[in-house]
Design a protein around this ligand. Structure first.
Ligand code: HPA
Length: 234
């Protein structure tokens, strides 16, 4: 059964989905890590591939940027495709000089001023959380591979280019160590659909030190994050 945004049939989507923002990253993950994979969605070029990682069936699908976009794709996966778990893999900007470029963050809570949850079903409150059980597995997997991991709250922002960026308030008041633009909507959809979601992020820029990643190193840290996500589903 297709949706307006996803032409895959229900049986073409695995119960576990890894979601990078960029659909070309989904393609790269499938080509590098999956066996016997097939392209199951091309609508709007939001590629989804389903294949096997070490024998485990998994779908890798782009989410696009921002909460409206991940909101559509993750809702459909949970509600119409029978998906049980989504792990978002993305990048973030650090709100503290204590985080270095390429550090890996496992998201605990996502704070947002977004109206996504309120508009969707009237939910009040600005903080939504990842699945504890998924985070525990991801944390243990990172430990077994000696991947350093910072577990933190982050800010899910609706705006990338802000005129007044008072991020120190978000850091001090809500413990947000970094900013991205998707987790709050993903966690909301998981909650209302009675499913589970987690998010692993790589620091791609630092808003305090103004440092930005180079493309080669970004690629390497991206692979570490993907390996952590894939190993955590086994
Ligand atoms: N802001 C929002 N999202 C991001 C950023 C940022 O600085 N860096 C990576 N994702």
């Amino acid at each position: 059964m297709a949706t307006p945004h996803n032409e895959a049939s229900k049986d073409q989507i695995a119960p576990i989905v890894i979601m990078p923002g960029d659909p070309l990253r989904a393609k790269m993950i499938a080509e590098k890590y999956l066996e016997n994979y097939e392209l199951v969605n091309q609508v709007r070029n939001m590629y989804a591939y389903t294949g096997y990682y070490k024998g485990k069936r998994v779908t890798v699908m782009g989410s696009g940027m921002g909460m409206p976009s991940i909101g559509i794709y993750s809702y459909e996966l949970f509600q119409f495709y029978g998906v049980e778990k989504i792990i978002r893999v993305g990048s973030c900007g650090a709100y503290t000089k204590d985080l270095n470029l390429y550090d890996l963050i496992l998201v605990n809570g996502a704070y947002s001023e977004s109206s996504y949850a309120k508009t969707q079903n009237g939910t009040e409150g600005n903080m939504l959380y990842a699945s504890d059980s998924m985070n525990l597995v991801i944390k243990q997997t990172a430990e077994s591979f000696n991947f350093p991991l910072t577990i933190a709250n982050i800010h899910s922002s609706d705006v990338f280019y802000r005129e007044n960026n008072n991020y120190s308030e978000l850091y001090e008041k809500y413990g947000c160590l970094a900013v991205e633009m998707e987790s709050y909507a993903l966690f909301h959809n998981a909650k209302i659909c009675n499913k589970r979601a987690a998010c692993i992020l790589t620091v791609s820029d630092n808003l305090v030190t103004k440092m930005e990643t180079t493309s080669e190193e970004r690629q390497n840290s991206f692979f570490r994050m993907i390996e952590l996500a894939l190993e955590s589903i086994l």
